[in-house]
Design a protein around this ligand. Structure first.
Ligand code: COA
Length: 300
């Protein structure tokens, strides 16, 4: 799979830790130390649809493609406003995509973008292109009176345009049906320490799995692009893999956890900042509710 272009969009409004400390019994010091998060974007006027549209338009511009060039749309989300129409279908209208496309939403919580990329890889025929997004308005399902969860989450959307290629693509996924540890029904409920333990266990292991499949050494990976949930989870994965944390691209400090949107958001930032470059080896990995996890090895 080749990434042709990336794009992102976040709400204008920023909610800082100090602002949260006026809403619940918490502090900037507690949040930064436990998570690495300083602030997050929270939608006021934006909708999940408007963020997804802008992210997709930015990806199209980066790839120098037109809406007519898209054959498949997969939108990873657990916070679309309604069950139907899907966000992917609304993008057909909003972006002016062709009618003869395949478009659907995919629900796999914070692993949604990884599951969507793997799905796109399986569907794409030679000459086709897929628009793969992660878009979330987690503020709509966050209980802002619950300090153990409301400090973690943010809103945003990220998009990539991908096409089939002869370059290596390896993937692994895992699912553990679990209706206790992390749920959105209708608000987010989470056993933080249990999620932490799960994430630390599966993140490094799944990345190690795809690196082994690819037949490369861990230190040959240029960048690790992981779900942005907690800096301590990423630091633990780096330690377990024996690589410097600097190889993990991060925007947790300014975005918090945006679930399915977090990987395409940080990917776009790293591409536009010239950190991720053509020809590099990348591992993408997610983990979250379901419980779900997955990793992809990609050469650009
Ligand atoms: C949520 C998380 C940051 C909590 O950190 P922790 O070190 O596990 O903290 P605990 O939940 O054990 O709570 C420790 C104490 O801090 C308190 N606390 C919880 N949230 C707090 C907050 N926002 N501010 C201040 N204190 C807080 C708890 O009440 C508890 O107090 P107590 O010891 O008096 O009972 C951590 O568990 C985590 O990051 N988990 C993974 C979450 C995640 O990534 N979810 C999404 C996955 S996709």
């Amino acid at each position: 799979m080749q990434i042709l272009g990336t794009g992102r969009a976040v709400p204008q409004n920023i909610l800082t830790n100090d602002m949260l400390a006026k809403m619940v019994d918490t502090s900037d010091e507690w949040i930064v130390t436990r998570t690495g998060i300083h602030s997050r974007h929270i939608a006021t006027t934006e909708s999940i649809e408007s963020l997804a549209v802008v992210a997709a338009q930015n990806a199209l511009a980066a790839a120098q493609l037109t809406p007519h060039d898209i054959d498949i749309v997969i939108c990873a989300t657990v916070t679309n406003e309604q069950a139907t129409p899907s966000l992917a279908c609304l993008l057909q209208r909003d972006l002016g995509l062709r009618e003869d496309i395949l478009a659907f939403d995919l629900s796999a919580a914070c692993s949604g973008f990884v599951f969507s990329l793997i799905t796109a890889q399986g569907l794409l025929q030679p000459g086709q292109r897929a628009l793969v997004l992660g878009a979330e308005l987690l503020s709509k399902v966050t209980d802002f009176t619950e300090r153990s969860t409301c400090v973690l989450f943010g809103d945003g959307a990220g998009a990539v345009l991908v096409a089939p290629s002869s370059k290596p693509f390896y993937w692994t996924t895992g699912v553990r049906g679990d209706a206790e540890t992390l749920t959105v029904a209708p608000l987010i409920h989470m056993n933080g320490p249990a999620v932490f333990k799960f994430a630390v266990e599966v993140l490094a292991a799944s990345m190690h799995n795809v690196i082994t499949q690819a037949g490369v050494e861990v230190d040959q990976i240029d960048h690790f692009v992981c779900h942005q949930a907690n800096e301590r989870i990423l630091a633990s994965a780096a330690k377990r893999l024996g690589v410097p944390l600097e190889k993990f691209v991060m925007n947790l400090a300014t975005h918090g956890n945006t679930s399915a949107a977090s990987i395409p958001l940080v990917l776009d930032e790293a591409v536009r900042d010239g950190i991720i470059l053509p020809g590099q080896r990348i591992v993408i990995a997610g983990f979250g509710g379901g419980l779900t996890y997955g990793a992809i090895y990609l050469e650009q």
